[in-house]
Ligand binder design. Structure first.
Ligand code: BGC
Length: 260
C-alpha cells in the first residue's frame, strides 16, 4: 500500500506552528504542494516554505486571519491564482483562549475563540467546498480535539468550538458526499506543542497529564501529521463524516482502569 499525494494542492490553516506545521511538512513529504496559512510570525511560515522547497517540494505562504470571511475569501483567490484551486484543506487554525470559568470569562475572549475556531473553520470549509464540489473531488480535514467530547473546566469556548467542528464535519460530509468530497476531523489528545507547554514543562503538570493518557506519554506532532496524511489520501477513500481520535487512549477514560 502506497500513500501518495503527488500533485495535490493543499492549504494548511495555522500552518506555521504546532500540529499545523507538522502536517504541512508531512503533506509535502507525500508529494503535495502546500500553502502555509499564517496570521503571525511570517518568518516561521517562510522557513517552512524554504524547508519544503529545499527538499524538492512546492510551497507558498499566505497570510490571512481565518476569523474574517473577506480575508479567507481573498486567501482562496490567491490560491486559485497560484495553483488553480485546491484539493486538500487542512482546517487547522485554532486557539485555546484565556482560561476562566464561564461566569468570569470576558465575552470578547469567548467570541475570539469561537470566531477563530468555529467561524474560521466554516469560512474556510465554505470556500473550499465552492471549489471541490464542482470539480467533484477533494478532502477537508479539520483539527478538532479530544475536547469535542471531554468537558474542560475553564475552556467552555474551546470545548464548544470543537464540539461544533464535530457536527459541522458530519453535516458538511453529508452535503458534499454526492460530489465525491470527503469531510473529516482529527481529534488530537495531549500533543507536545506550545499550546500546552505550560502543562508539560513542569513536573506536577506533566504527572497529572500522563495520568490521563493510557499510553502514558505525550504525543508528538508528527504522530498526528502521519494520520492526517493517511486520512486525506486515497487509503481512506471510504472514510467521511467522522472524527478520528489520535489521543493515546485519552478518550478511553483511564480512570476506569480501576473501580467504577
Ligand atoms: C489542548 C491541549 C490539551 C489537550 C488534552 C488539546 O485540545 O489544546 O492544551 O493538552 O487537548 O487535554
Amino acid at each position: 500500500m502506497e500513500i501518495t499525494l503527488t500533485g495535490k494542492r493543499a492549504l494548511v490553516t495555522g500552518g506555521n506552528s504546532g500540529i499545523g506545521a507538522a502536517i504541512a511538512l508531512e503533506l509535502a513529504k507525500a508529494g503535495a504542494k502546500v500553502a502555509i496559512n499564517y496570521v503571525s510570525h511570517p518568518e516561521i511560515a517562510e522557513q517552512i516554505v524554504h524547508d519544503i522547497q529545499n527538499s524538492g517540494g512546492e510551497a507558498i505562504s499566505i497570510e490571512a486571519d481565518v476569523s474574517s470571511y473577506d480575508l479567507v475569501a481573498k486567501m482562496f483567490t490567491t490560491l486559485d491564482e497560484a495553483w488553480g484551486g485546491i484539493d486538500i484543506l487542512i482546517n487547522n487554525a485554532g486557539i485555546d483562549g484565556v482560561k476562566a470559568d464561564s461566569w468570569d470569562v470576558e465575552i470578547k475572549d469567548w467570541e475570539t475563540v469561537m470566531n477563530i475556531n468555529l467561524m474560521g473553520n466554516f469560512y474556510c470549509a465554505r470556500q473550499a467546498l465552492k471549489r471541490m464540489v464542482p470539480q467533484k473531488s477533494g478532502v477537508i480535514l479539520s483539527t478538532s480535539s479530544v475536547h469535542e467530547l471531554i468537558a474542560w473546566t475553564g475552556h467552555s469556548a474551546y470545548t464548544t468550538s470543537k464540539a461544533g467542528i464535530s457536527m459541522l464535519t458530519k453535516t458538511l460530509a453529508q452535503e458534499a458526499a454526492p460530489y465525491n468530497v470527503r469531510v473529516l476531523a482529527l481529534a488530537p489528545g495531549a500533543i507536545k506543542t506550545t499550546i500546552n507547554q505550560n502543562v508539560w514543562n513542569n513536573q506536577a503538570g506533566l504527572d497529572d497529564l500522563l495520568e490521563k493518557i493510557p499510553l502514558h506519554r505525550i504525543g508528538e506532532p508528527e504522530e498526528v501529521a502521519r494520520m492526517a496524511v493517511v486520512l486525506v489520501s486515497d487509503v481512506a477513500s471510504y472514510v467521511t463524516g467522522r472524527t478520528i481520535f489520535v489521543d493515546g487512549g485519552m478518550t478511553d477514560y483511564p480512570d476506569f482502569a480501576h473501580g467504577g
